[in-house]
Write a protein that binds this ligand. Structure first.
Ligand code: SF4
Length: 354
């Protein structure tokens, strides 16, 4: 539909203009979704902005034929699994992957899960949404589900009720922080050794634990340390420190509050004028919050300046190029069994947390 006429697209035409022109040409046939960790250059073009859960929920209600997902690949995969027949999901960079999701390759997850279940316990897999579609499909197949940082506590509680133990993956930090929130004692969880296809799992320790944690972590949030909080408190006496639960448990414990992206946004919005808040999450979101609340006399500062290089792969140029070739660009596709089973796992989550 959108014809990119070379004489019109000179180097003088900004990427923003090209995006605007493509959006106008597609009209209701196009919806652009953007994750909070995207840069402002991208966020200004999106129709819907949100965290993983909010964007996953949005898919069902979208009538657009083309859904462009500005985020990382696992998010586009989830959108593809939840898309209506005939709806095409695209991502401006197929190589915008999440290093944490890649720490749990599906073949190894299945081998480890089977090794754990071979001990006679009904181990339920629960995958953080930051995982591949293949891993979500394993969760669907073995009676498990998916969670986000916003609903991890409700979903872990649900999963613990479904069987003898839960295999939580890939983020051990979110798993441990959620276990602490639910009051599970440390003796009830165990970080498993996933090497040698499950051959190195300490089965004795695993048999005693109700929560088995995959040893993955977010490359960004894992870099926040308690010393950053100490330094922040020294530099800004009275500062309120809020962090994302992908941070290590010792960081969460040293903070004044921890929660999902939506929680961090809400806390900044509800803070009183004059508040000084240090936020421990991806820098693009912290900058946006600082700008949004500056006029309300709130000071919002990054706990440490950390950006996700994979989220940053989505540039205005790539978005413009994708939109100009949307009718012929290959969409994100999944094998039918992966679509079916990952959708089953995602729909369980959406139903449980309706
Ligand atoms: Fe993955 Fe962390 Fe980047 Fe999110 S911020 S995409 S979890 S590496």
């Amino acid at each position: 539909m959108f014809q990119n006429k070379p004489e019109e697209v000179t180097t003088m035409t900004s990427f923003a203009d090209r995006i605007a022109r493509a959006k106008a040409a597609y009209g209701q046939r196009l919806a652009i979704l953007g994750h909070h960790y995207q840069t402002d250059d991208i966020i200004r073009h999106v129709d819907f902005q949100g965290d993983s859960l909010e964007l996953a929920r949005k898919i069902e209600s979208l009538g657009a034929e083309h859904v462009v997902f500005c985020g990382v690949f696992f998010m586009a995969e989830s959108a593809a699994a939840l898309a209506r027949p005939g709806q095409k999901v695209h991502i401006p960079r197929m190589d915008a992957t999440c290093p944490m999701a890649e720490m749990a390759p599906a073949s190894r997850v299945e081998q480890v899960l089977l090794a754990l279940r071979a001990q006679g316990r009904n181990v339920i897999p629960l995958a953080y949404v930051n995982s591949t579609a293949d891993v979500k499909a394993i969760c669907g197949r073995f009676g498990g589900s998916v969670c986000t940082s916003a609903n991890a506590s409700a979903m872990l509680k649900w999963a613990l009720d479904q069987g003898d133990a839960v295999l939580f993956l890939p983020d051990k930090n979110l798993g441990m922080n959620t276990a602490a929130q639910l009051g599970l004692p440390a003796s009830d969880h165990h970080v498993i050794n996933v090497q040698a296809s499950g051959g190195r799992v300490d089965m004795q320790a695993a048999a005693k634990a109700r929560l088995l944690l995959w040893p993955g972590a977010c490359a960004i949030h894992h870099k926040f340390k308690p010393r950053h909080i100490e330094q922040m408190r020294q530099a800004h006496p009275g500062v309120r420190v809020l962090v994302h639960p992908e941070c290590a448990p010792e960081v969460v414990q040293a903070s004044d509050g921890a929660g999902s992206t939506s929680y961090l946004i809400k806390q900044c919005a509800e803070a009183a004028p004059g508040a000084v808040i240090a936020v421990g999450t991806e820098l693009n979101l912290v900058f946006r919050l600082a700008q949004r609340h500056k006029a309300e006399d709130k000071t919002i500062i990054p706990l440490k300046a950390l950006t996700c290089s994979n989220m940053a792969k989505i540039s205005e140029q790539r978005l413009a190029e994708l939109l100009e070739s949307l009718d012929t660009a290959p969409p994100v596709t999944l094998p039918s069994n992966v679509t079916e089973l990952s959708r089953l796992a995602l729909e369980r989550m959406l139903r449980i947390c309706a």
